[in-house]
Design a protein around this ligand. Structure first.
Ligand SMILES: C[S@@+](CC[C@H](N)C(=O)[O-])C[C@H]1O[C@@H](n2cnc3c(N)ncnc32)[C@H](O)[C@@H]1O
Length: 227
């Protein structure tokens, strides 16, 4: 049986992935590398590969979901730091990234993971395509899946947004930040209105108390889900 990963494992992974990100940034440049300003800031200003919410979510997933019977989908993964950490802790993960530059960089991170943690890299499938279309008809959109969105502020065309909203009901559990899902919701009123929309669609939405101070993660369950 896989043991619970401790903070020491993630600290080591963090340093390793941070080195990989520095190397990509320095050798290819901010835009050419696909890191863009978002990950440039992670490297130059934050100084860690794993975000606070990546770490919080790894702990939350380990506390709530079984490694053998559940699998994880991370939609809009960016460089794939969260799926890397989840795979190292023993979860089977698919991560999707639709931006061409970002997916190239995420591929480099995945390759680096495979050098140091080959078994973890086997558990982590990186998909360079849009969520959810790329998963249509696959076992990934199913009740066994825990679907996670972290920072996913992107202007989704109406049709894609509708497909994303419909996909939420196909998974047994969904975790998202009500502030950074699709569009930015900086006020409590905007976030509450979004939670109200989700509840009107039959989801229960439970705030995740461990969210970092500037994040508003919720654990959604569709009405049909087994508690
Ligand atoms: C701001 S970045 C953050 C990356 C990561 N979620 C994090 O919090 O560190 C959001 C990423 O989501 C990707 N994205 C947004 N919607 C997507 C979708 N429907 N399918 C695949 N990728 C998506 C964007 O291309 C972008 O790289």
């Amino acid at each position: 049986m896989q043991r619970q990963a401790g903070s020491g494992d993630l600290t080591f992974l963090d340093g390793y992935l941070f080195r990989v990100m520095v190397q990509i940034l320095k050798s290819e440049g901010v835009d050419e590398s696909g890191l863009y300003n978002y990950y440039r800031a992670r490297v130059e200003e934050v100084g860690f590969a794993l975000s606070h919410y990546d770490r919080m979510l790894v702990d939350y997933v380990q506390a709530h979901f079984d490694r053998e019977s559940r699998r994880i989908v991370h939609a809009g993964t960016g460089l794939g730091t969260l799926p890397s950490a989840l795979a190292v802790t023993g979860y089977t993960v698919a991560a999707l990234e639709q931006d061409a530059g970002r997916i190239r960089a995420a591929g480099q991170v995945h390759a680096a993971l495979a050098e140091a943690w080959p078994a973890a890299a086997e558990r982590y499938q990186l998909i360079g395509d849009a969520f959810p279309t790329a998963l249509d008809g696959t076992p990934w959109l199913a009740p066994a899946t825990v679907l996670i969105f972290t920072n996913c502020v992107t202007t989704w065309p109406d049709a894609q947004r509708a497909r994303i909203m419909a996909s939420l009901k196909t998974c047994g559990d969904v975790i998202l930040d009500t502030r950074l899902f699709g569009e930015m919701r900086d006020t409590p009123e905007e976030r509450q209105a979004f939670v109200g929309q989700l509840e009107a669609q039959g989801f229960t939405a439970t705030p995740i108390a461990e969210s970092p101070p500037d994040a508003f993660y919720h654990h959604l369950k569709p009405a049909h889900a087994v508690p």
